[in-house]
Design a protein around this ligand. Structure first.
Ligand code: DGP
Ligand code: NA
Ligand code: NA
Length: 210
């Protein structure tokens, strides 16, 4: 099985998008797909609420605690940093990671509050660079119609509109913009093709970057 080749590394694939854009269900579909092909693959998500830092974030998101905008920004970043070395080990030993949100969420959600872009990006420097970012593109109004938000801090239409604008300036060469308003199976198929191509490139020796 290709994923068992100890010479090859796994791919770092990130899903980004507004709340209710479909990231979580598409991530788990990708996991099932790659597992079915015999690849070594794990599904991760940020924030990772299982750690101490993650619990502070979770408490903030559910409005049980209040934190200064800069402070919560740095906690989200710390939550990615605390997983960095494990992430590197997994990738280097051939496991592909499908990651539901990453640094782009960090920058988009904080700059939507008015914090400066450069300040927001600084603590992300040195984290591993994704091989592929799948941006699930949906209008904020359409996302809001999808069965409603769960009531967490950022799940409000007006704020999500700002986040959508902030995401737009973050697009880089690793991004693929996916129309997330189509039927779920159509999106799934497109993501499968993109991810498989990426996994193959990493197996063939595409270097892992910071
Ligand atoms: P989720 O578990 O994917 O629903 O994410 C929880 C919420 O936190 C969601 O509204 C997006 C937001 N979020 C995710 N990552 C970050 C981050 O790094 N910084 C900020 N400010 N918000 C984030
Ligand atoms: Na959410
Ligand atoms: Na999600």
């Amino acid at each position: 099985v290709s994923g068992c080749n100890s010479e090859s590394r796994g791919a770092l694939v990130v899903l980004e998008g507004l709340d209710r854009s479909g990231k979580t269900s598409q991530s788990s579909r990708l996991l099932t797909y790659l597992e079915g092909l015999g690849h070594s693959v794990e599904l991760w998500r940020f924030p990772d609420r299982s750690t101490n830092v993650g619990q502070m974030i979770s408490s903030y998101l559910s409005n049980k605690s209040q934190l200064d905008d800069h402070t919560i920004h740095l906690l989200f970043s710390a939550n990615r940093w605390e997983k960095r070395s494990l992430m590197e080990t997994k990738l280097k030993t051939g496991t592909t990671l499908i990651v539901d949100r990453y640094s782009y969420s960090g920058v988009a959600f904080s700059s939507a509050k008015g914090l400066g872009d450069e300040w927001c990006k600084a603590p992300e420097i040195g984290l591993l660079a994704p091989d592929l970012v799948l941006y699930l593109d949906i209008q904020p109004e359409k996302a809001a119609e999808r069965g409603g938000y769960g009531g967490e801090k950022y799940e409000q239409l007006e704020f999500q509109r700002k986040v959508a604008q902030c995401y737009q300036v973050l697009h880089d060469a690793s991004w693929m913009i996916v129309d997330a308003c189509r039927p779920i199976e159509d999106i799934e198929k497109q993501l499968q093709e993109l991810v498989l191509e990426c996994v193959m490139a990493c197996q063939k020796g595409k270097p892992l970057a910071n």
